[in-house]
Write a protein that binds this ligand. Structure first.
Ligand code: ZN
Length: 442
């Protein structure tokens, strides 16, 4: 359930409250990524201590490992990982398809009525970037940079991915076994995980992508969205006149979000936004961005997509992004974000710092922060905290010189302290954004 609390008069930025079975969250918010049921280097008490309002886990990875039987035995991911806050699960489609794109199996997509033009098909085979040997051989295409925090597992897969109307068939990266994801099955898996917010199975078109391919992807995405919603509605009454035993006061039901696709094509994006807005989803996500396009293009897509989305439902921009991307997207009306940047960058010793000591009353312009490399020798004898105004465990208890030493010495504690700091930076950024909206600065 989403309540719109304030609409800015200066921009499309807004404040809201999103209620889930595990608590309410002020929007706009950021979700630290716990792909496999752990925010890398942190445990659930760390996440709680940071006041992270929600985390994001991944259906694809949890389905393969530890698997549904283990998750069922533990009563879902909340109990398994000792986290009692909200969890959003990505559908896993992105992981399935990004692996397929990478390894040149995407050409197996079959939608007979849309690929009847032999000329188109011939060109597609020759020109489709998804069958480019250069791309297929790329160790880690940029488009994956902000969408998966699986620690590099994705890179070693040689996965066969077959897409048809019913769903997508793929091979496990663990044992090579074959699996089928259908829109319905992906909902069932997310229910077993116990997600508070679930996503539909979609097809994320890569970038660049020819328009006819983006159209094919979109058609299936829409068909699958309808099927996912039908499945969801059969299993959850949404608390309205609920007749389930014990649930007469309204049951805590998970939300289901549709995902707008359409690559960088304005007409496709608008068509997708209108179509999905016409269905009874609890929220709408914008997928297929931060896949290699530049910032200007990303903002353009938001500029023409968001006005087509309903104002009374939350909007989630998937996989975005850098602090400046988040600020620009909030100003365009986005409420929810996730990205691997704070956690992944932390593990490489890159730490996010506010240039001004106290951002509460500062304007968040493009230059409000910097990224420093703690491995730089200038930190070797630095006895001061990295940021004396930061309230994270690192800055409150240790010097920059100590963190420099931990990284140099390969101590695992380095990863934990750096991750705590970067996640704290992102959460404070969101708090500052909300304050800016409240005080009419955005
Ligand atoms: Zn800190």
């Amino acid at each position: 359930m989403f309540q719109l609390l304030k609409q800015s008069k200066k921009s499309r930025a807004r404040l809201g409250l999103l209620t889930t079975p595990h608590g309410s969250i002020e929007t706009p918010f950021f979700m630290p990524i716990a792909t496999k049921g752990s925010v890398k280097a942190l445990d659930s008490s760390d996440i709680k201590a940071l006041s992270a309002p929600i985390i994001l886990a991944n259906t694809y990875h949890l389905y393969l490992q530890p698997g549904l039987e283990v998750l069922k035995k533990f009563g879902g991911l909340h109990k398994f990982m000792g986290w009692d806050g909200p969890i959003l699960t990505d559908s896993g489609g992105y992981q399935v398809f990004s692996l397929g794109n990478k390894f040149n199996h995407r050409s197996s997509i079959v939608i007979p009525d849309l690929i009847g033009n032999p000329e188109k098909n011939r060109n597609k085979k020759e020109l489709d970037p998804r069958v480019s040997p250069a791309l297929a051989g790329s160790p880690e295409p940029a488009r994956n940079a902000s969408h998966s925090d699986a620690g590099g597992d994705d890179n070693v897969l040689n996965s066969l991915v077959k897409i048809n109307q019913s769903g997508v068939e793929f091979r496990s990266f663990i044992d090579g076994s074959k699996h089928l994801f259908t829109p319905e099955k992906v909902q069932k898996i997310q229910d077993i995980i116990g997600a508070d917010i679930k996503m539909v199975l979609d097809i994320c078109s890569p970038h660049p992508c020819f328009k006819h391919q983006a159209e094919l992807d979109l058609q299936l995405t829409h068909e699958w969205a309808k099927r996912a919603l039908e499945y969801h509605q059969k299993h959850y009454c949404r608390g309205r006149a609920c007749l389930r035993p014990g649930n007469l006061k309204g049951c805590p039901y998970p939300s289901l979000f549709g995902i707008v696709q359409g690559s960088i094509y304005k007409d496709l994006r608008i068509k997708s936004a209108k179509f999905l807005s016409s269905l009874d989803f609890d929220g709408l996500a914008i997928g297929g961005l931060a896949v290699g396009e530049d910032n200007k293009k990303m903002y353009q897509v938001l500029d023409y997509t968001i006005p087509e989305l309903p104002t009374d439902k939350p909007r989630y921009l998937m996989g975005v992004g850098k602090p400046e991307n988040i600020i620009e997207a909030v100003k365009r009306g986005v409420d929810m974000f996730d990205c691997v940047i704070p956690t992944r960058e932390a593990r490489h010793g890159r730490l996010y710092l506010y240039k001004k000591s106290n951002i509460k009353n500062k304007k968040l312009n493009a230059n409000f922060y910097e990224v420093v490399n703690i491995l730089n020798s200038k930190y070797k004898k630095d006895t001061k905290p990295l940021d004396k105004n930061c309230d994270c465990k690192l800055c409150q208890n240790y010097s920059a010189g100590y963190l420099h030493h931990l990284f140099k010495a390969g101590e695992p504690l380095a990863l934990r302290l750096a991750t705590l700091h970067n996640v704290s930076f992102y959460l404070k950024l969101m708090k500052s954004i909300r304050t800016n909206i409240k005080t009419n600065r955005f």
